[in-house]
Design a protein around this ligand. Structure first.
Ligand code: CTP
Ligand code: CA
Length: 239
């Protein structure tokens, strides 16, 4: 079991971690956002530093304060998915590991209004057109496949509630295939679960290639703190 193994070493490795949510502006006073606290991403960054990595943390909008004053950890703040995309592409060029724990907005308002949007006199309900954001994780995987360069290990996250027809793990298996990343960390979400909490329940799924490297087809399953989840995720990435 894990207790019989020596602690994983990331000495000399460069790890990029994204954390928190993005904020997509609609007008000077409004935005589309989400409930990501940033806690899981921060715990991942701290764990990677603990095991010897040089970590670049790209943090979006967070409730929690990002770690500071830690040597071997640099912090960059972003707001929008577009800014996150630009930062991840720049940093991925020389990264060994990319961990995409950020909650990236799937859509942004299609048009940014330079002036505050006002109610109209006719009582009409407004319609706000949305536009798809690029998939940063899938783009990084695609570029690695195309160029043969980029992070050796790409870790995605998935927050799934499941639905009538699909268990959360089944949806995560599909997402792992679709995204093409090496590891996919499933968070089971619902009312009061995961978002903003310190405890979490995760499954760490591995691609077929990663399963061969890890020597196991069994996903890691654990219920515990986000710090414990981070330890398990970074350990799998290091292996
Ligand atoms: N992600 C990303 N770029 C996006 C959306 C998501 O890089 N535009 C990353 C997230 O950081 C996460 C993974 O993709 O690591 C999965 O995010 P998730 O929202 O679960 O997946 P989606 O493909 O957006 O699917 P869904 O429609 O279920 O939201
Ligand atoms: Ca999404």
């Amino acid at each position: 079991g894990p207790t019989s193994q020596s602690p994983p070493s990331l000495t000399g490795r460069r790890v990029v971690v994204t954390a928190g949510g993005t904020r997509e502006p609609l007008d000077p006073v409004r935005y589309l956002g989400n409930r990501s606290s940033g806690k899981q991403g921060f715990a991942l960054a701290e764990r990677a530093v603990h095991w010897g990595a040089q970590v670049h943390l790209i943090a979006g909008i967070t409730d929690a304060e990002p770690p500071s004053g830690i040597s071997n950890l640099t912090l960059e703040r972003i707001e929008t998915a577009a800014q996150l995309h630009e930062a991840v592409l720049r940093e991925s060029v020389h990264a060994d590991v990319l961990v995409m724990a950020a909650a990236v907005a799937d859509f942004r308002p299609a048009d940014y209004a330079q002036a505050k949007i006002k109610k109209t006199d006719d009582d009409a309900n407004p319609v706000i057109p949305l536009q798809r954001n690029p998939d940063i994780l899938a783009d990084t995987v695609r570029r690695r496949a195309g160029t043969g360069t980029g992070p050796k290990v790409i870790v995605g996250f998935a927050a799934e509630t499941g639905d009538d027809a699909h268990a959360p793990v089944a949806l995560a298996e599909q997402k792992l295939q679709r995204k093409g990343c090496d590891l996919l960390v499933l968070n089971q979400v619902g009312e009061n679960l995961v978002f903003g909490q310190d405890s979490t329940e995760v499954h760490i799924l591995a691609s077929e290639a990663a399963q061969r490297t890890l020597g196991s087809a069994e996903p890691v399953h654990l219920r515990g703190s986000k710090v414990e989840a981070a330890e398990a995720v970074v350990s799998q990435a290091a292996r």
